[in-house]
Design a protein around this ligand. Sequence first.
Ligand code: SF4
Ligand code: SF4
Length: 365
Amino acid sequence: MTVTWLAQKCLLIVHYHPANNMNSMNGFSWTDFEMLRRTPLATMGIFTSSYCPVGCAHCAVSASSDSLAPSPDLLMRGVEEMVQVSELKAVAITGGEPFAEFELLESLVDTMHKANKRVVIYTSGYWGKSDVLQQVSPVLQFADGLVLGIDLYHRAHIPAEDLINALRTAKEFEVWVTAQVISGIDGEAHLAYARQLFQNAFGPEWHQDAHIIEMPPLPSGRAEHIDSFNQFNGSYAERCYSVNGPTLLRDGTLAACCNEDIVLHNGPDALKIPHQGGFSQSLEKLESQPTLGHLRRTPPAALASLAAQCLDSTDYDQSVRMCQACWDFVEAYSQMDDSQLERFDEMVNLYHQIQNSPLELVSDV
Ligand code: SF4
Ligand code: SF4
């Protein structure tokens, strides 16, 4: 399941029924998880690997059955330190397909459970086939939620009956389920498929057991070559909440967020700390980055625009994708001298003053 754990990438559309509480089970709902993501370090991510036996054509992390290694022990050592972070309330486990490395997943979920942290797993649901299904209870008994990529791309690889088995099994364990559906490109067809699946799994009252979020297509990984994904346009002048939750990678690297390129070790160095002295040391280093503080407070497109003005007074096209704006900002920030940085800070403060000012009607003009 692609790593876009929940939807700070904006244009998020949630389909739910007013009669339910967004699938609140075990006292922790999808809404609770989303709200936690507004607070720095209240959530974190674990990217197990880009190993996945499914092999979708649109996979944003190019997951395949070739990629495993290095050792999961390094990841587990980081996780043992991660759960000591007092601010941490919930963890999103992503990949790749976390269920395809079952022992590792079981250890992760068990560690989180013992540390009293909530767990949400991003998965394809491929494990709904009968020979794998019996093995999943040690994981589902301690998981709080599953986010499944349910769309026509996944349908090409995962039979609907396997997915229905997975969904019903999740319900037996009182694990809430969310379908993450691609929007924008053939969005209605993807949506119709997800709705039909939920209906087949849970019946006409499926809203009580599941809901759907729509996400814009991500032109990363194998999807980089899908023209329609690249052509997708929208407003990206939003804040990034993913930057509140660092993501631990299998080799011990700590990424600032869950961006698909960053977890594959691409993108700006300022957004990832290589493994050196352990998780706590990496976290401290990451948290001391001034760019991170800016990204937690201000939309990346605004930051990129202000940084461009400080550097060379050029206009910045704020309609670019959020992560592109973020990378442009990080790059521009690294090029600023002291006086430009000072001016930049002033401009950011001014930006927030304007944002927070009440609109006043001007009369008698
Ligand atoms: S299920 Fe598909 S999209 Fe998800 S990680 Fe596997 S190959 Fe990628
Ligand atoms: S790359 Fe930047 S904008 Fe994108 S998820 Fe990471 S921190 Fe957020």
